[in-house]
Design a protein around this ligand. Structure first.
Ligand code: UDX
Length: 465
């Protein structure tokens, strides 16, 4: 096994034209650093490969033997666009390596980024057991001046507790800096998001440490990328508040879409008119079957739990969670309205993942909607371009087809649940010919109503009459 090497190399600091003859002495204090990223999951792999691409020397620690073997052989254990190429490029340049041994991997690292999973626990609060395990292993092996960075989404107050725990576990009085550095990566566009952040958020109470982490990011970011430097708790809350707001915005437009359905107004047009107001913004105003994934649900749950623990009302956040579950029922009711009743009806479901360009089925509205249709007696066939295999573990009595045509054959209704581009490119004329009746329920407003209606379909969207 290749032992982690520390490649001492200087990335030429990006000299900024200052007009003076020799830029060298004015170059910013940016240079590649030795970094360690602990946790080879979605956030860890994107961050480790991204930092390596900036010019840092990164060791990514992964303690799951099969996942580690896959990574060492250049395989990514999940689907994330461009990530395999980014990893391969930096492994080839010897800027990125993978290792199981945490203690060995942190040696000489300027900063240690913790990117282990922080899933929802049974009580809806965040399960920090993986983070605790890492801190237990780290504490006594940290070198003076090494900076611990919590990049995993961690409840408000975690960094401070980690700092206290490290102080308790170490037999030395040197204060270790613990920085909060939440990520804002979206599944499906995580590599793009890493290289084009809207902002970098850094929380901590030691200026040297916050400057170090700022510079580690600056090496590869546009120099005008906003960097918010604040305290730990504020940085932690920025992450939660951002995700809760995004869930709120989506929930708002879904509720608007139901009302628009009922009064015959086009919700997409309304959203377009709204979004032109910079105070509102057009992103995250696409009506759909409800939000899913691993982050919005767990972060909303943690936020609500934190509020309850401190006797804060968060009425809106609780309503957002409730409304999101009701949106799934609304989709089932639309299918019922189209077909009269769902008993023995044959319904083809296109898309199972919680959004396109990912293989992630966690909290996917598609799964809940299919179960709701089944509860009313429908027979379901389903197709997802990447997640059929995983879906078979979640769905019972659903025939998973290798193609959209397989799903459409003799179907009474086709329901589009995930906005995969492949579904736009289908031969819809052929699809119509093989269906029993040409009904399409497009929960994502993916396909043009005029096009489908022009091909003899009865088209129903979300908030578009
Ligand atoms: C989210 C946040 O966007 C990201 O910043 C954070 O770091 C992690 O959580 P992610 O969960 O990967 O990212 O996906 P996102 O693109 O936010 O979509 C979340 C859900 O909302 C998906 O189910 C998506 O289909 C849905 N959605 C999104 C809508 O229904 N309408 C929209 O307009 C946008």
């Amino acid at each position: 096994m290749r032992t982690p090497e520390r490649l001492g190399f200087d990335t030429a600091p990006k000299a900024q034209p200052t007009g003076s003859a020799d830029l060298a002495e004015n170059a910013s204090p940016l240079a590649g650093s030795a970094l360690c990223v602990i946790g080879g999951g979605f956030v860890g792999l994107v961050s480790a490969a991204g930092f390596a691409d900036f010019g840092h020397s990164v060791i990514c620690v992964e303690n799951n033997p099969s996942r580690l073997e896959k990574l060492k052989s250049g395989k990514i254990p999940f689907y994330e666009r461009d990530l395999d190429e980014l990893i391969a490029r930096n492994v080839k340049r010897d800027r990125l390596s993978f290792c199981a041994e945490l203690k060995l991997s942190i040696k000489g690292a300027k900063a240690i980024f913790i990117t282990v999973g922080t899933p929802s626990g049974k009580d809806g609060r965040t399960d920090l057991s993986a983070l605790d395990k890492v801190i237990q292993s780290l504490a006594d092996n940290l070198e003076p001046n090494q900076v611990v960075v919590i990049k995993s989404t961690a409840p408000v107050g975690t960094a401070r507790k980690v700092k206290e725990k490290i102080a308790l576990l170490r037999n030395s009085s040197d204060a270790i800096s613990v920085i909060s550095n939440p990520e804002f990566l979206r599944e499906g566009t995580a590599v793009y998001d890493f290289f084009h952040p809207q902002r970098i958020v850094i929380g901590g109470d030691n200026q040297e440490a916050t400057e170090l982490i700022s510079n580690i990011h600056r090496l590869g970011m546009k120099q005008n990328t906003p960097i918010v430097v604040t305290n730990n708790e504020t940085a932690e809350m920025i992450k939660y508040a951002s995700n809760v707001f995004l869930a709120t915005k989506i929930g708002f437009v879904n509720e608007l879409a139901e009302l628009c359905d009922k009064i015959g107004v086009n919700a997409l047009e309304v959203a377009r008119g709204m979004g032109l107001d910079p105070r509102i913004g057009s992103d995250f105003l696409d009506p759909g079957p409800g939000w899913g994934g691993s982050c919005l649900p767990k972060d909303l749950s943690e936020y609500i739990g934190l509020a309850h623990a401190h006797d804060a009302s968060v009425t809106i956040a609780r309503a957002v969670r409730e409304a999101n579950l009701l949106q799934r029922n609304y989709v089932v009711s639309k299918a019922r309205d189209i077909l009269g009743d769902l008993e023995n009806k044959r319904i083809g479901a296109l898309g199972l993942t919680f959004k396109a360009e990912t293989s992630d089925l966690r909290n996917s509205p598609a799964i809940d909607i299919i179960r709701g249709l089944q509860r009313e007696g429908a027979t379901i066939l389903a197709h997802d371009p990447v997640a059929n295999g995983d879906a078979s573990q979640l769905l019972e009595n659903v025939e998973l087809c290798d193609s959209a045509e397989g799903v459409a054959k003799d179907a009474d209704l086709l329901i589009i649940l995930t906005e995969w581009k492949q579904f736009q490119l289908l031969d819809w004329k052929k699809i119509g010919d093989i269906m029993k009746s040409r009904y399409v329920l497009d929960t994502r407003n993916l396909i043009s109503p005029e096009f489908l209606r022009g091909n003899g379909f009865t088209y129903v969207g979300t908030g578009v009459s």
